[in-house]
Design a protein around this ligand. Structure first.
Ligand SMILES: C[S@@+](CC[C@H](N)C(=O)[O-])C[C@H]1O[C@@H](n2cnc3c(N)ncnc32)[C@H](O)[C@@H]1O
Length: 242
């Protein structure tokens, strides 16, 4: 009987050493920090240039303007990040968009990303801005980038000016004051074609200001949404299903 006791006690010690001790070491308070996998922004910055490689002279002018604006004008402008710009361009091209609507032009940085796509889709951008200084800056940027034939810059409060917009709209970018997003959505949604996209920017970085908007899209069964963090600011991408 005594021999059995020693065998059981020995087996217990071995089990403790083999199973529990390593667990305590990897999960307990003194566990070494787990290596965090890189996020999309870090991978993108490692493998991609900040702005795309131009394929012709017209793209070279647009990309040169984007690069200059990113370095010299982005401070306090609220521009999308290059990683978001890539997504906007890709979605616009993938949709074959003929009409893109933007609320919040600022100096025209995101508008230029749309223009890269619209050159190949044969589409147009209608972009809206309320601030006269930013309107002047955007006009100068559009001129040097050579994109004036691709867009219309509508001046004034977009809540009023979008009433004049005609559909069908393929893609909307909401990038003005967050508290206005639900009004922009309810005004523009009827003019978005089925299969079209409504993209709300800063859906991670300023999520706390967008709860009404999130509720509005989530309660509509005709809308399907994905949150994409290409940059850490995030985009809430909603598809109009019918
Ligand atoms: C975040 S910035 C837009 C950035 C731009 N989409 C980009 O990525 O380059 C927001 C802009 O919305 C404009 N804005 C705010 N309220 C507006 C309104 N009611 N109508 C039109 N523009 C508005 C602001 O003046 C500001 O320039």
């Amino acid at each position: 009987m005594r021999g059995w006791r020693w065998i059981v006690a020995g087996a217990g010690i071995v089990l403790f050493a083999a199973v529990l001790v390593p667990r305590v070491r990897t999960q307990g308070p003194n566990a070494p920090a787990k290596k965090r996998p890189p996020n999309a922004l870090e991978v993108s910055r490692q493998f991609l240039t900040l702005h795309p490689q131009p394929r012709d002279e017209a793209e070279r002018k647009i990309v040169a303007a984007l690069e200059d604006m990113h370095v010299n004008q982005s401070r306090g402008m609220g521009n999308v990040w290059p990683e978001d710009g890539r997504v906007l361009r890709m979605l616009t091209e993938t949709l074959g968009a003929k009409h893109v609507v933007e609320i919040g032009t600022a100096n025209g940085y995101s508008a230029l990303w749309f223009c890269l796509a619209l050159r190949s889709t044969g589409g147009k951008l209608t972009t809206h801005e309320i601030d006269p200084q930013r309107i002047a800056l955007a006009k100068a940027n559009f001129k040097r980038a050579g994109v004036e034939p691709l867009l219309t810059l509508v001046e004034g409060d977009a809540h009023q000016t979008i009433t004049r917009l005609e559909g069908p709209i393929d893609l909307v970018l909401l990038d003005a004051e967050k508290e206005g997003f639900t009004d922009y959505l309810s005004q523009l949604l009827p003019r978005v074609r089925s299969g079209g996209l409504i993209i709300a920017h800063d859906s991670s970085g300023q999520a706390d200001q967008m709860h009404d908007y999130f509720q509005a899209i989530a309660s509509n069964p005709d809308l399907e949404t994905a949150f994409v963090d290409a940059s850490r600011w995030g985009m809430c991408i909603t598809r109009k299903m019918k």
